[in-house]
Design a protein around this ligand. Structure first.
Ligand code: PA5
Length: 444
C-alpha cells in the first residue's frame, strides 16, 4: 500500500457515529467536485491532470530539462507561493548527493520568493562565476516579488552572455495568452510553458510550474505523474470508508468543530520540511477565509520536541497533529559499539537509527494523545517519485473536500490582495492614488 491513513491514535477523540454523521456531507461535496457545480469550479483542472496533462508539453519539459542540465551549473527558479513551493518541496524531498552523482544536475537556487536585498546580492555573488539558466514562473505575470527578481536576473544574464545568448537561458512558465510576462516572452522569443487556466497556483505542482524545475533536478517526472494518477484512481469513491483522502478531510473537519483549530503537520525527516511548507500554503490559502479555517502549522521531530514539544504536550488544547512518516527511506545507520561506553549508549549498539526514530515517534504519539492532542497518522510507503506523486494528489483532493465541508471556496485567495494594494499605493503605483490618500489620512 503506497499510503496508509492510520486512525489508531484518534480513537479517543472521534467516535464511529461522527463519521456516519459526516459521510452524507462528504458525498454531497464529492458530487460538487465531480460535477463541477461548487464554488470555484473553474479551478478544478488539477483533478484530472495526472491523466489529462498536455503530453506534448510534457515531452518538451524533458527536452528543456536536459538542455538546462547541459548548459548550466546554477539554475534559478523565480516564483512565489504556488509558483515555487511545489517544485521546491519535491526537489528537497527527493534530492540526494547520490542522485546528483548519477545525473549531472545544476545547483538549484530560488529567487523572487522574498523581498530581500541580502538574498539577491548573495545569489548574484554566488552566480558570478557559474553558468546560469533561469526559469521565471508566474501565472499572472504581474506579481511584484518575482517580477523584480526577473528584471534583475535578466539584466545579469544579458550582461554576462549578451542579449541573444541570454534568451537561450531564460525559460518562462506563465498563462498561455494573458499577462505582461507572456507578451514580453513572445516578443523576446523565450521558450515558454503553460500554467493551465483551470489550475490555481497552489494546485499547480504537477503542471509545468513544478515539472520543469523538478525534471532539471534529475527527478523522474513520469513516475511522479504515475503515482498521482494511481492516487486519482484510488480516491475516486464518494464514500469516506472507501476513500482515505475524504476520510482525512472528515477527520480534520470533525476535530475543527470540537475546537481543534490548529493542525500541526509533523515530520520526522529534515527532507520533509518543504513538503510541510507546500502543505501549509495549500491548506492555509484554501481554507483560511470568511473568519473560518484550521491554521496549518508544522514541526520536525525530534528537533522540535526540544522546543515546541512543551507547548504541544501542555499548552492550550487547540492542537491536533497529522504525523507524516515514511516507512522506507532507503537509508539505514547502525549505531556503533564503543568499548569504553563512557556515554552509556552500548544498550543501543548494533541497532538501526530508524528503530530509534520509530520508537521516538510511538513514544511521542502516546504522550501527545495522553495530553489531549489527537493524532492522525499518514504513512507513506517509500521515499520515491511514485509515492510522492501519490501523496501530492491525496493532499490536494483532501484539501478541496475540506474546503467544501467547511463551507468556503477552496480555490480563491481574496485575502492575498490586501497587502499588495496597500503596498502599491504606498509605493506610488499609478492607479492607486485614492487608496494612498486614505492610508495617509490614517496616519499610521
Ligand atoms: O496559490 C496561489 O494562487 C498563489 O500563491 C500564487 O501562486 C502566488 O501568489 C503567485 O502568483 P503568480 O503565479 O501569479 O505570480
Amino acid at each position: 500500500m503506497t499510503l496508509k491513513l492510520n486512525d489508531k491514535y484518534l480513537k479517543n477523540f472521534i467516535s464511529e457515529h461522527e463519521y456516519e454523521c459526516i459521510a452524507p456531507m462528504v458525498a454531497v461535496a464529492d458530487k460538487m467536485l465531480r460535477e463541477k457545480s461548487g464554488a470555484g469550479n473553474a479551478f478544478l483542472g488539477w483533478m484530472d491532470l495526472p491523466q489529462n496533462y498536455d503530453k506534448e508539453e510534457f515531452e518538451r519539459i524533458k527536452v528543456a530539462a536536459k538542455k538546462i542540465q547541459a548548459d548550466c551549473d546554477a539554475f534559478i527558479v523565480i516564483g512565489i507561493g504556488g509558483s515555487y513551493l511545489g517544485a521546491r518541496a519535491v526537489i528537497d524531498f527527493l534530492s540526494s548527493a547520490q542522485l546528483k552523482d548519477k545525473v549531472k544536475t545544476p545547483d538549484i537556487y530560488y529567487a523572487g520568493c522574498n523581498i530581500s536585498a541580502t538574498a539577491l546580492n548573495e545569489l548574484l555573488y554566488i552566480c558570478e562565476n557559474k553558468n546560469v539558466c533561469i526559469n521565471v514562473i508566474s501565472k499572472s505575470g504581474t506579481t511584484t516579488e518575482p517580477a523584480v527578481a526577473f528584471r534583475v536576473l535578466r539584466a545579469f544574464l544579458e550582461k554576462k552572455y549578451g542579449v541573444e545568448e541570454a534568451k537561450q537561458r531564460i525559460y518562462v512558465t506563465t498563462d498561455k495568452a494573458r499577462g505582461t510576462l507572456k507578451a514580453f516572452s513572445t516578443q523576446q522569443g523565450y521558450e515558454t510553458f503553460v500554467v493551465p487556466d483551470d489550475v490555481g497556483g497552489r494546485f499547480s505542482v504537477l503542471t509545468a510550474v513544478g515539472l520543469l524545475p523538478i525534471a532539471v533536478a534529475g527527478i523522474d517526472i513520469d513516475a511522479l505523474m504515475q503515482g498521482a494518477n494511481d492516487a486519482r484512481i484510488a480516491y475516486s469513491s464518494s464514500d469516506i470508508y472507501q476513500n482515505d483522502a475524504y476520510k482525512y478531510a472528515a477527520m480534520r473537519n470533525i476535530l475543527y468543530r470540537k475546537g481543534k483549530s490548529v493542525e500541526l503537520l509533523v515530520g520526522y525527516e529534515p527532507f520533509v520540511g518543504m513538503i510541510q511548507e507546500w502543505w501549509k500554503q495549500l491548506y492555509g490559502e484554501s481554507e483560511g477565509k470568511d473568519g473560518k479555517g484550521i491554521f496549518p502549522a508544522s514541526v520536525i521531530f525530534s528537533t522540535d520536541l526540544h522546543s515546541l514539544g512543551q507547548y504541544i504536550q501542555e499548552g492550550q488544547r487547540i492542537l491536533f497533529e497529522t504525523v507524516l512518516s515514511i516507512n522506507d527511506t532507503k537509508s539505514t545507520f547502525e549505531i556503533p559499539y564503543d568499548e569504553a561506553n563512557i556515554d552509556g549508549l552500548n544498550f543501543l549498539a548494533g541497532r538501526d537509527i530508524n528503530e530509534l526514530k520509530q520508537t521516538a515517534m510511538r513514544a511521542t504519539q502516546l504522550a501527545h494523545i495522553d495530553g489531549g492532542v489527537p493524532n492522525i497518522h499518514i504513512e507513506l510507503a517509500e521515499r520515491n517519485e511514485y509515492s510522492l506523486g501519490y501523496l501530492i494528489y491525496f493532499f490536494e483532493l483532501a484539501c478541496a473536500m475540506s474546503g467544501y465541508l467547511l463551507g468556503v471556496n477552496p480555490f480563491d485567495q481574496p485575502g492575498v490582495e490586501a497587502y499588495k494594494k496597500n503596498m502599491f499605493a504606498m509605493l506610488g503605483k499609478p492607479g492607486y492614488e485614492e487608496l494612498r490618500k486614505t492610508l495617509e489620512e490614517r496616519n499610521i
